[in-house]
Design a protein around this ligand. Structure first.
Ligand code: T46
Length: 133
């Protein structure tokens, strides 16, 4: 599956910790958009879509959530609960985020501006698209 969980270098000292995110260094694409999810609720499921082209890196900078990833052949489930780990998700991967902790802040770096036409929000169309790719 075209996903990768990467360990981000942490600069820490007695004052606390710092993680820097830089494209072409620890982010494997040009960063065109940054957004974050917060005030999520444990029983709510988000995502439920794939992207034609978009690549993203997700980081639970606070709290935790689970993410189901599906490339049309296999499904995996990842717990994001560490602000020093980045989950890179390539195009054509179905994702569902759930079991958000109440304090969860999910930071997302994206390689494209927001474009609704890049979304595949119907699972059957996703499967057909993957098979044709
Ligand atoms: C993804 C997961 C991890 C914008 O106006 N601009 C934006 O950049 C984004 C991401 C969303 N929006 C609007 C579109 C909707 O009216 O914000 C609303 C919520 O978006 P959506 O329902 O797509 O949110 P999620 O949490 O289901 O999915 C988001 C991203 O859209 C998606 O690309 O991979 O987070």
């Amino acid at each position: 599956m075209k996903i990768q969980l990467v360990q981000l270098q942490t600069h820490g000292d007695a004052r606390g910790a710092l993680v820097a995110l830089e494209d072409a260094k620890n982010v494997p694409f040009e960063i065109r958009r940054v957004y974050y999810l917060f005030a999520t609720q444990p029983e709510i499921r988000r995502g439920l879509h794939a992207h034609h082209k978009l690549k993203q890196m997700l980081i639970a900078v606070r709290g935790s959530c689970r993410i189901l990833l599906d490339d049309g052949k296999e499904k995996i489930n990842i717990l994001l609960d560490d602000p020093t780990q980045g989950l890179i998700i390539d195009s054509l991967i179905w994702r569902e985020m759930y079991q958000f902790s109440e304090d969860c802040v999910l930071l997302v770096l994206a390689d494209q501006h927001y474009d609704e036409s890049d979304y595949i929000r119907d699972y059957d169309i996703f499967i057909k698209t993957v098979r044709q790719a």
